[in-house]
Design a binder for this molecule. Structure first.
Ligand SMILES: [Zn+2]
Length: 325
């Protein structure tokens, strides 16, 4: 199951919130999956279509228990789409009027007539609880999240531009930077940073998903640190190999031109061990000596050998310099 599906599975069974939040969630779900129908003679209907049967049951509960309507639920089989089933919920007549007024799409006139003002819900999002519920409804209705192993991205895409704008506004209240763009007739609100994704999930109430995401981030971080550490090791060993090559060249130069026997016993031993063990670190080289010595002593001795090699080279230059004869 995808991360996106797991988040939905966590959110769908949540108990219904207070009535203000029920309306906010219903508004988002209506913007995401609903359509307004005109049945003639001024009669209206609202229809929601979705493939997720568990979500359809939640919408049913929101309408029935939350708002007190009598929604009808039926299923449409798509023989051509491999038997895929769409869940269809409908309210009409008085129930549709009650809902449209509750979602601030219509107003009830003093004579009792309901007058349609907007074709899309106008959710009241001035309370924190309602903003959370709205974001949850938007995500459940038309949202998706990438697999966090690959990237941190959540988006809500609906034909209703109002949904993307409201999602952006709701996110901004939580200090989350959401962006909006249009893609093939859909308005898309999205976030693309790990912290924003974690915050948005927390806002919706998906605490299990937040924990999963944080654990993944820690694992990724540790893996990143381990990679950096091993890159660092490689850097060191490359530097170490370069130094070893330079030391060996110096020792060979001394050996060829003066003979190692001309060196002090300590330098002779150091030179010999370095030639025999070109790949070991200075610490390891120190351990090979009799008696063992520390890294800095080895470093000092090898520097002395390079210095001697440098003196030999300098004397050649002097000898070979033009006009020195
Ligand atoms: Zn509320």
């Amino acid at each position: 199951m995808s991360f996106s599906s797991r988040v939905k599975e966590e959110l769908i069974p949540r108990p219904l919130d207070r009535r203000c939040c029920v309306l906010a969630e219903t508004a988002a779900l209506t913007q995401a999956t609903g359509t307004l129908g005109f049945l003639g003679a001024g009669r209206l209907s609202v229809t929601w279509r979705m493939e997720n049967a568990a979500l359809a049951r939640r919408v049913f509960r929101l309408l029935k228990e939350g708002i007190g309507l009598r929604p009808q639920l039926h299923f449409v089989e798509h023989a051509r789409l491999g038997g895929r089933r769409t869940c269809v919920l409908t309210v009409d007549g008085e129930d549709a009027e009650t809902l449209l007024v509750a979602l601030r799409m219509a107003e009830r006139e003093p004579d009792g007539q309901v007058r349609l003002k907007h074709t899309s819900p106008r959710p009241a999002l001035n309370k924190d609880c309602c903003r959370r519920a709205y974001l949850r409804g938007a995500f459940l209705g038309c949202g998706s999240i990438n697999e966090p192993e690959k990237s941190y991205r959540l988006e809500c895409a609906a034909t209703d531009a109002g949904l993307a704008q409201s999602v952006q506004r709701v996110l901004a209240h939580g200090g989350i930077e959401g962006k909006v763009f249009e893609r093939r007739g859909h308005w898309v609100a999205y976030i693309h940073r790990a912290q924003d994704l974690a915050d948005a999930l927390a806002m919706m109430g998906a605490s299990r998903a937040v924990m999963e995401l944080e654990n993944l981030r820690i694992t990724k971080q540790m893996r990143g640190d381990a990679n950096r550490a091993s890159n660092c090791d490689e850097g060191n060993s490359e530097k170490q190999i370069t130094s070893a090559h330079r030391q060996i060249d110096a020792i060979k130069l001394v050996s060829i031109h003066r003979g190692l026997f001309t060196l002090s016993p300590v330098l002779q031993e150091t030179a010999r061990l370095r030639l025999e063990h070109p790949e070991v670190t200075l610490e390891e080289l120190g351990q090979l000596m009799e008696p063992p010595v520390g890294r800095s002593a080895v470093h000092h001795r090898l520097k002395r050998l390079e210095q001697i090699a440098g003196e030999i080279e300098a004397s050649w230059e002097k000898e070979n310099a033009p006009g020195s004869e």
